[in-house]
Design a protein around this ligand. Structure first.
Ligand SMILES: Cc1cc2nc3c(=O)[nH]c(=O)nc-3n(C[C@H](O)[C@H](O)[C@H](O)COP(=O)(O)OP(=O)(O)OC[C@H]3O[C@@H](n4cnc5c(N)ncnc54)[C@H](O)[C@@H]3O)c2cc1C
Length: 506
């Protein structure tokens, strides 16, 4: 087993992880950033649309505060929103020093480029910057669990996938920046790596999660299930019309008024499409009448990336000739690990940042606030973790902890399910979640889903195969995803009244 030590450990290589690592390093700590994929790649930041919300010359701080609070429907933590509003613009502009090309747009900033790739323009320069300032970057470390002693985190253990070796990283301060959990559902626009590992690790460590019933479904996605390029930029809907296969205009039928629809009426539209689906109808996005002038208008407003999207959609779906079917898709988790304005959680030394954390979004997220949250609270969590770590003695992992892990491993060893069974389990819980805990929910189906998930958790079972690490990764991801799914289902059962992204028919 490999043993590594650092002052601050950041788990996660998306925007929140990178920003956190930079802040901790600039505050004088020795920092490791580790991710299960390549740091800076294969995460939701990379495939994001690159839009940041903030106040600015056309959008006052008061307006930004009101919009965020209104989106959260009274469930956002006001203190956190106040911090977001006060610090978003300067935190976004600070990214320029790290090589990110942020440009002003209405009510915020954006990173130019082609849809599905804009986030590369965020992560890759920041990764270079991390390396420049001396952050120790560790690619392909799959973290299995936190190591907790006396209600204090002392490190993590997992697998170094490059060398196929177990690894313990000890650190007085650990920041979870592990992103969301789109893959607990069978339909998502998230990267396949978003399996809720941070939520799962937090639950294993005895933390409770907050507001997990609020899952944001993005209304307009196309193509096969679980395809990253299924996400359509919001503006595309504005250029056409949404109809069901009986020709009814969806926006009229469901009184959807606020535009851009996919930003300001995100829930309503997702619900309308899901309700049509329940009645056996398809919803089509008809762009056949969008003129060159219409497209030019959107290109002028949102940049030439829209034109590239049009070309891409033409190639894939022939959109100038026929309408394309659209469906909602799992997009973002408003809930997560409870923490304060500096990312501190209820476990000493453990911090959370980005989509893994909760507090800002309440019952619903305003578009652009995920990336802004990542930079504002990533910076804060990194600084706070560095200060905290500076006050602690370096906790050379002592024998007791090592023995504890070895015992845990030997108990689990040799009883792994086959990759086929694990894949079957994965497909089953994803289907249960999509069918029963999706956009439209009922008490009866939620209860049935919960018991099916419990059963699947048993089937997934004991999981550690150290002969075949890829099987272990799959089994642990399943464990985390099922536990996250149970947290979502339990919270959805407990919340009887409809609010924000949570909608029950009963
Ligand atoms: C298609 C799409 C478009 C979007 N567009 C926008 C937008 O324009 N504006 C906006 O505000 N929001 C947008 N969002 C949401 C936003 O992109 C995400 O919420 C945000 O990028 C999350 O950043 P993060 O750093 O928290 O997580 P991520 O960027 O997902 O990074 C998570 C990291 O954690 C690592 N990790 C996970 N588990 C483990 C483990 N067990 N061990 C080690 N490492 C682990 C992963 O490898 C990854 O590096 C979009 C989302 C999607 C899917």
């Amino acid at each position: 087993m490999k043993k590594i030590q650092t002052q601050v450990l950041v788990v996660g290589g998306g925007l929140s992880g990178l920003r956190t690592a930079i802040a901790a390093r600039q505050s004088g700590s020795e920092v490791i950033i580790a991710a299960k994929s390549h740091v800076g790649r294969a995460n939701n930041t990379t495939i994001s649309n690159g839009g940041f919300s903030s106040s600015g010359s056309k959008f006052s701080k008061d307006q930004y505060f009101e919009s965020t609070i209104q989106s959260g429907l009274g469930l956002s933590q006001e203190e956190m929103v106040r911090v977001l509003v006060n610090e978003a613009e300067c935190s976004i502009l600070e990214l320029r020093k790290m090589g990110v090309d942020v440009k002003p747009r209405e009510a915020g900033y954006h990173v130019p480029g082609i849809s599905y790739q804009k986030g590369r323009g965020i992560n890759l320069p920041m990764l270079d910057y991390c390396e420049e300032i001396g952050v120790n970057v560790k690619h392909q470390i799959f973290v299995i669990d936190l190591i907790i002693e006396d209600k204090t985190v002392v490190g993590v253990w997992g697998i170094d996938l490059k060398d196929a070796e177990l690894v313990i990283i000890s650190a007085p301060a650990v920041i979870l920046a592990t992103g969301g959990a789109g893959n607990i559902y069978s339909r998502t626009d998230n990267v396949p790596q978003a399996t809720g590992d941070g939520y799962g690790m937090a639950l294993q460590a005895g933390l409770t999660l907050n507001h997990m019933e609020f899952v944001q479904f993005y209304p307009i996605s196309v193509g096969a299930i679980n395809r990253v390029r299924s996400f359509l930029p919001p503006v595309v809907v504005e250029a056409g019309k949404l109809v069901n296969d009986a020709g009814e205009l969806i926006t009229e039928k469901y009184n959807i008024e606020k535009r851009p629809y996919a930003i300001r009426s995100r829930d309503q539209l997702s619900r309308a499409i899901a309700l049509e689906e329940r009645q056996g109808n398809k919803v089509l996005l008809d762009l056949t009448e969008a003129t060159a002038k219409d497209w030019q208008h959107w290109v002028d407003t949102f940049g030439k990336g829209i034109f590239e999207t049009k070309v891409d959609l033409e190639k894939r779906f022939n959109i100038s000739q026929r309408p394309m079917e659209i469906l909602p898709t799992t997009h973002f988790f408003m809930g997560g690990i409870p923490c304060n304005i500096n990312g501190e959680t209820a476990i000493k030394g453990l911090f959370a940042a980005g989509e893994t954390a909760s507090g800002i979004h309440g019952a619903n997220r305003m578009g652009g606030n995920a990336l802004s949250e990542a930079v504002v609270f990533g910076r804060r969590a990194g600084k706070a973790a560095s200060v905290y770590s500076g006050r602690q003695e370096m906790n050379h992992l002592d024998l007791v902890i090592e023995e504890k892990i070895n015992k845990y491993i030997s108990l689990q060893k040799g009883s792994t399910n086959s990759p086929e069974v694990l894949q079957e389990v994965r497909e089953k819980f994803q289907r249960v979640m999509w069918n029963d805990v999706g956009v439209v929910r009922t008490k009866e189906r939620l209860i049935a889903a919960f018991s099916e998930l419990k059963q699947l958790s048993k089937v997934n079972g004991s999981y550690l195969s150290f002969e075949d690490f890829s099987t272990t990764v799959k089994a642990i991801e399943n464990r985390n995803a099922i536990h996250t799914a149970m947290a979502v289902t339990g919270a959805a059962l407990a919340r009887k009244k409809n609010k924000g992204a949570h909608y029950r028919l009963d």
